[in-house]
Design a protein around this ligand. Structure first.
Ligand SMILES: [Zn+2]
Length: 485
């Protein structure tokens, strides 16, 4: 599998990153390894038992530290470690520490991600709520980003603030002009209410996915095969799993069990440097399509074979389905192999064309309409292939976002509502006929995708629609919550 084909993991990074910082010019990319041949039942059982232990450990941490009482504690891994060790929970479930402490860090990372989501959610709600003054907003934002302040308010306690923070906090309260203290009380109540609304109890039933620390494995050879030796619950006893490639890594690995197929997948989070391009200075709008993958605001097309390739895959699937119905036999292996090959070719093509777009357009900022939250909703009896295409559209968006991040290109989603029917020349409502957009108000005429891309650029650049709703617009973040309001 080439590096281009590896999937990105947008969600949890188990590096101890709290999900709030963007990291120093690095992003996380996942590489995959696969077991070769069938894993023996004995070895599979050993792995399943480890997976179960890791699940139990994660739930233990979620339950113990996923609450408002532990808000400050989860950011100090040391304190949690000491507590967990003292509780002797690991000994109780008999899990080697290379798995146990990896599960603990992973669960803590999940909790931190949840806290980041809670804080972001409140920040967004704050931007939308017009009854707050800018001083109120300052106060709440300060509390949200100051763990100890936030903790005090949530837990109705008054732990002393660090020396550097105390005067700032007092100044913010003074600025509220709040002699009776009523305003602060109300704002604190708002913070508590909004937090309660967003805080969720985390829990996992997934015992097929766990993490191992680098001390718990070793790559090597056994009987002339290359593979990985994994620690087991039995001291000093390791099991050997042959792998399909000979790459080796030296970091925390995620392991995904597939007991049905007696196989495992290893997921390796790699941190790669963001590429900086001095000569990327343009701002462009783009519009995604099911036929032409990307159309830019200047009218350039990337991925003109996109629709054709998708059609070939859909036709192949339909043909196989019909044949199988008739023959009542299903050559699933050959079918799966062929489909995988076509999918890989399509993904490769998508990646290549996005690269070509970035190299030719040299953008510093890309604006695109936000995809509908639930594409299935807009489906009106258009058949299976429509679903398939929408799914691929999601893949395209994900790849664009990933590649933009990877090249230090700012990518912003703008509100998509009405983007196809608005005239990009005068802003009036026009209409679409076939592939053409026409504006009766000013006479502007253009390819409908180019018109949409031009609107994306206008919306992004002027923040016309965003600023109305979000005076303190923070890029794409604020928009995401829009439809929930
Ligand atoms: Zn017009």
């Amino acid at each position: 599998m080439s590096a281009e084909n590896t999937k990105t993991e947008s969600a949890p990074q188990y590096s101890g990153d709290d999900g709030r910082s963007q990291g120093g010019g690095k992003i996380c990319k996942a590489v995959h390894q696969y077991s070769k041949g069938k894993i023996s039942s004995e070895n599979m059982d050993v792995l399943m038992e480890i997976g179960h232990g890791c699940m139990v450990t994660r739930n233990y941490i979620y339950q113990k530290y996923g609450n408002i009482k532990s808000l400050v504690k989860v950011y100090s891994g040391y304190e949690v470690d000491a507590e967990v060790r003292a509780a002797r929970f690991r000994e109780e479930i008999g899990l080697p520490s290379v798995y146990f402490s990896a599960s603990v860090s992973r669960a803590l990372a999940d909790i931190k991600i949840m806290w980041a989501q809670v804080r972001n959610g409140i920040n967004d709600a704050l931007s939308r709520n017009e009854r707050f003054s800018s001083k109120d907003r300052h106060y709440i934002r300060f509390v949200l980003k100051t763990d100890i302040c936030y903790w005090n308010i949530l837990n109705k306690k008054s732990m002393p603030l660090p020396e550097k923070i105390q005067p700032k906090y007092e100044k913010l309260i003074a600025e509220l002009g709040d002699e009776s203290g009523q305003r602060v009380k109300n704002l604190n109540r708002y913070i508590c209410r909004q937090t309660r609304k967003r805080l969720r109890r985390q829990h996992t039933d997934n015992e097929l996915y766990f993490t191992i620390k680098k001390q718990g494995y070793r790559y090597g050879e056994s009987d002339g095969r290359h593979g990985i030796f994994l620690a087991t619950k039995v001291n000093r006893q390791r099991i050997f799993i042959p792998l399909t490639d000979t790459n080796t890594y030296d970091r925390m690995l995620d392991i995904k069990l597939d007991p049905q197929n007696k196989a495992i997948e290893i997921i390796i989070p790699l941190f790669v440097n963001i590429r900086q391009h001095e000569d990327y200075t343009n701002e462009i709008g783009i519009s995604l399509g099911l036929w032409n993958m990307i159309t830019t605001s200047a009218g350039n097309v990337y991925g003109s074979e996109f629709g054709k390739m998708q059609n070939e895959i859909s036709n192949y699937i339909l043909k196989e389905m019909r044949q199988n119905e008739r023959a009542k036999v299903c050559d699933t292996k050959k079918y799966a192999a062929n489909k995988a090959k076509m999918d890989a070719a399509l993904k490769n093509y998508i990646n290549m064309e996005i690269n070509r777009m970035l190299e030719s357009e040299k953008p510093k900022a890309v604006y695109m309409a936000k995809l509908p939250r639930n594409p299935g909703m807009s489906m009106k009896g258009t058949g299976n292939t429509y679903f398939l295409r929408m799914w691929r559209k999601g893949f395209v968006t994900e790849r664009i976002q990933w590649k933009c991040q990877n090249n230090a290109v700012q990518i912003t989603e703008v509100i998509g509502k009405g983007i196809g029917t608005e005239c990009s020349a005068c802003g009036q409502k026009g209409h679409v006929e076939g592939e053409r957009f026409q504006c009766p108000a000013c006479g502007f005429e253009e390819d409908k995708k180019v018109n949409s891309a031009r609107n994306a650029l206008i919306r992004g650049k002027t923040g016309k629609q965003l600023n109305k709703q979000f005076p303190q617009n923070e890029g794409g973040k604020a928009i995401k919550e829009m439809s929930e309001q």
